[in-house]
Design a protein around this ligand. Structure first.
Ligand SMILES: [Zn+2]
Length: 324
């Protein structure tokens, strides 16, 4: 049970009183947040679910207080890491705020994630764009993709990834937002003691009718976990696009797309090299980096959450029983 305290105008999500009150870390949420109403869980309920991991010895970290221009209050981007450090499974969700299935599925499977964290190191970034989640905005600065406005993604890593033309220069001179700066700094910092070996990132796409899986890691489209994931999605009733191209023109093979250059946080996690402060450095270089894109337009949120939850359960069971 989490204790709920009201202090000034803030809701405080406090940890269970297992330590002294003074030692309790907490996240502060503004009162009266209105979460977009499409059946997704209220954002307070998500945070409460995620913070349950601290009862299992996980450590909470505030990656950033996200307050893009126009947002009435700051909301925390949180990370949780399992009690044991070492080569880790990273789980990411909620980069795009109009894709609620991932963050809701993580809340629904928090027990399985806790169990995985008992067996091997895990880093969880369950709600990377809380402002976008609350108001159903894809980006920090704009609700939907636009040709006219550059959408600021919390996962934009272009300021650290080598330019394809000039590998000792980054693709952008600086981070596109304070949030992207903080998230990428977190990835690099935590890659030291929880180096990602497997990373999964839960996405949706309301402009596709059939889903697919990006596999950014060493094994590309042949990654056994990507193949497994396609099977789980199929079993969950999610149509899969097995061949042809994505809507971005990338080749699909068996429902899987091999490594792509998209300047995403996933590309960063899988990258062998990065450019940081003008110097080429070794990147996190995760062996398996999967990004799930499931169709959202014609499928109820309940079914989408169930599919993402099935993915988490299956991968957690596999990763919890093997040393990858
Ligand atoms: Zn997305």
């Amino acid at each position: 049970m989490l204790r709920r305290l009201v202090m000034l105008s803030c809701l405080i999500l406090a940890l269970p009183a297992v330590a002294t009150a003074a030692a309790e870390p907490a996240i502060r949420l503004p009162a009266g947040i209105v979460t977009f109403a499409d059946g997704r869980r209220p954002i307070e309920a998500l945070y409460q679910s995620y913070l349950g991991l601290t009862e299992k010895g996980w450590t909470l970290e505030i990656v950033a207080d996200s307050r893009p221009s126009g947002a009435p209050n700051a909301l925390p981007i949180i990370a949780l890491r399992s009690p044991t450090s070492g080569a880790a499974v990273w789980i990411l969700a909620g980069v795009h705020g109009e894709e609620p299935a991932g963050p809701n599925a993580i809340a629904a499977t928090i027990g399985e994630i806790a169990e995985l964290g008992r067996r091997r190191p895990v880093v969880l970034l369950p709600l990377l764009n809380p402002q976008g989640y609350a108001r159903n905005w894809r980006y920090l600065n704009v609700a939907i993709y636009s040709d006219r406005i550059d959408g600021q993604s919390v996962g934009d890593s272009s300021h650290l990834l080598p330019s394809p033309e000039k590998s000792d220069s980054p693709r952008a001179s600086s981070a596109s937002s304070p949030e992207a700066d903080a998230v990428t700094r977190f990835v690099l910092r935590r890659s030291a003691d929880y180096p990602p070996i497997v990373s999964i990132d839960l996405h949706e796409d309301n402009l596709i009718d059939e889903g697919y899986v990006y596999s950014q890691g060493t094994f590309g489209a042949g990654d056994p976990l990507a193949i497994e994931a396609v099977g789980v999605l199929r079993d969950s009733g999610i149509p899969i696009k097995t061949s042809g191209e994505t809507r971005f023109g990338e080749e699909i093979s068996g429902g899987i797309i091999g490594p792509v250059i998209d300047s995403s946080i996933d590309e960063l996690i899988g990258s062998q090299q990065i450019v940081c402060n003008g110097r080429v450095r070794k990147g996190p270089a995760a062996r398996t980096v999967l990004v799930f894109e499931t169709p959202a337009g014609n499928i109820s949120l309940e079914r989408r959450v169930a599919a993402h939850a099935a993915l988490i359960r299956r991968l957690a069971a596999l990763l919890g029983s093997t040393i990858n």
